[in-house]
Ligand binder design. Structure first.
Ligand SMILES: *[C@@H]1O[C@H](CO)[C@@H](O)[C@H](O)[C@H]1NC(C)=O
Ligand SMILES: *[C@@H]1O[C@H](CO)[C@@H](O)[C@H](O)[C@H]1NC(C)=O
Ligand SMILES: *[C@@H]1O[C@H](CO)[C@@H](O)[C@H](O)[C@H]1NC(C)=O
Ligand SMILES: *[C@@H]1O[C@H](CO)[C@@H](O)[C@H](O)[C@H]1NC(C)=O
Ligand SMILES: *[C@@H]1O[C@H](CO)[C@@H](O)[C@H](O)[C@H]1NC(C)=O
Ligand SMILES: *[C@@H]1O[C@H](CO)[C@@H](O)[C@H](O)[C@H]1NC(C)=O
Length: 397
């Protein structure tokens, strides 16, 4: 438009200068590439020879998994592999007890029985499913609530169904609730409750059960099987909550939170009560004790297993990563390890209270309004708190 010829010349000259400048920068970069400054270096000798085996059993198993999922290594199997990395037992039946651990873990004989059981079956990830709900996600839910439970916990499951885990439509979004169970094995002197479980499942059709011994150290097996189950049966779920059967979840608050997320935030969502800078407990009396012969190093950031919330997209990626992470006896730490493998970290949200709230607020309905999760709560408390939150006249400042 009405530019004076002089001004037009100025504009043209300055634009030319800018272009020249960009050209110089680009050509300098190209010539740098040509002169080989930034060439990709191809190692001339096998580099895995330098990897020294870790003294701790889990770390060493992970080294082996890392090497075996390394494509350059797999293309070049024929070259010299240190013996400790050439684990031919990986090709045998992984669900047979791995008796080699009895000599590979130096203090194996003095470890508590739960460690022996874990180590013997650490490589097994496939167990038969004995109760399934193949069509439960026929209509993909907005939120899938997956609750880790044990066969005898009938009252906890029922309280959850009657309160925060009520399946159907909530805040105009679909909710599906399932319970994740292993087996109460007769070898552990459990009474046979299978008849009652079948009755419960016939009535509610919300139980997923696999045939493995439902112990604390096998919760990681439950996690891996659940990740697989999501891919097979519920891959359309937008969001997933996974938690224990002794927590109260404010599903109203979770719905508000999820509906308010932006697209990218929703895709990478993983929130909970995040623990950072933690490491294994070395005191034998603690439930979370892990001996040095088993694991060395810190833990990655992880969300406490009482309950956390993540996207269906993350579930797919976690499933993929879990195949490349050796099983670890503490399930929430294991999930943290899988997230780290993906280059992600869980995000802390102060609405997740896995260590409870101050005693003086526990019977105040308003204390729960802005929270997402509180641990622990009994079945009766769950029903009470849900009734408070469901009152249309609940007003809090
Ligand atoms: C495989 O190993 C041989 C000899 O060790 C080496 O010459 C070759 O470059 C390696 N190939 C790859 C893809 O690493
Ligand atoms: C790995 O071990 C098996 C049996 O122990 C042996 O036959 C094979 O040659 C070994 N492979 C390498 C690359 O060392
Ligand atoms: C309910 O949700 C659907 C989308 O899932 C939306 O189209 C509809 O407007 C919502 N209705 C109300 C009353 O919010
Ligand atoms: C895990 O379950 C398997 C299959 O029931 C069992 O053999 C193993 O001992 C269990 N592991 C632990 C640590 O309980
Ligand atoms: C799973 O991981 C592998 C790398 O191990 C990658 O090539 C593949 O694309 C991933 N698949 C999905 C569905 O993310
Ligand atoms: C709120 O409603 C419940 C019944 O739904 C009633 O018992 C309670 O007294 C009401 N509270 C107030 C403050 O109005």
């Amino acid at each position: 438009m009405g530019l004076l010829p002089k001004m037009r010349l100025k504009v043209v000259v300055s634009l030319t200068m800018v272009n020249l400048f960009i050209f110089i920068i680009i050509s300098r970069n190209i010539s740098q590439d040509k002169s080989g400054h930034q060439k990709i270096r191809i190692p001339s000798k096998p580099f895995w020879g330098k990897v020294a085996p870790s003294s701790a059993y889990w770390n060493r198993q992970q080294q082996i998994v890392d090497i075996h999922s390394n494509h350059i290594f797999m293309m070049n199997r024929s070259s010299d592999i240190p013996e400790w990395l050439n684990d031919t037992s990986l090709t045998s039946n992984l669900c047979q007890p791995n008796l080699r651990v009895t000599t590979q873990v130096k203090d194996y004989n003095s470890l508590p029985p739960r460690f022996k059981d874990f180590l013997l079956y650490m490589r097994c990830r496939s167990y038969p499913i004995i109760m399934d709900q193949p069509d439960i996600c026929k209509e993909p839910p907005f939120l899938l609530l997956a609750v880790k439970s044990l066969v005898p916990h009938f009252d906890r499951r029922q309280a959850i169904r009657q309160s925060w885990g009520k399946a159907g439509v909530l805040a105009n979004r679909t909710v599906v609730t399932i319970f994740l169970l292993g087996n109460a094995t007769p070898g552990d002197h459990h009474p046979d409750l299978s008849g009652m479980l079948h009755f419960e499942n016939a009535r509610h059709k919300d139980i997923i059960q696999w045939d493995f011994r439902d112990s604390f150290f096998n919760l990681t097996v439950k996690e891996v099987l659940f990740l697989e189950w999501i891919q097979a049966r519920c891959s359309g779920a937008r969001f997933i909550f996974k938690g224990d059967d002794d927590v109260f979840v404010n599903t109203y608050r979770i719905m508000d939170f999820l509906k308010g997320l932006s697209g990218p935030k929703a895709k990478d969502l993983f929130v909970g009560d995040v623990i950072t800078n933690a490491g294994p407990h070395r005191d034998k009396r603690v439930k979370y004790f892990i001996p040095e012969s088993m694991y060395v190093g810190m833990y990655p950031p992880y969300a406490g297993g009482g309950g956390y919330l993540y996207s269906g997209d993350i579930a797919t990626r976690l499933h993929n990563a879990s195949e490349r992470v050796a099983l670890y006896p503490i399930d929430d730490v294991y999930t943290g390890m899988c997230l780290r493998k993906l280059g992600l970290a869980p995000e802390k949200h102060k609405g997740f209270r896995t260590f409870n709230i101050e005693e003086k607020y526990r019977s105040n309905p308003c204390a729960y309004k802005s929270l997402m999760l509180v641990h622990p709560r009994t079945p009766q408390e769950m029903i009470q708190i849900w009734a408070w939150l469901s009152r249309p006249n609940l007003t809090c400042q």
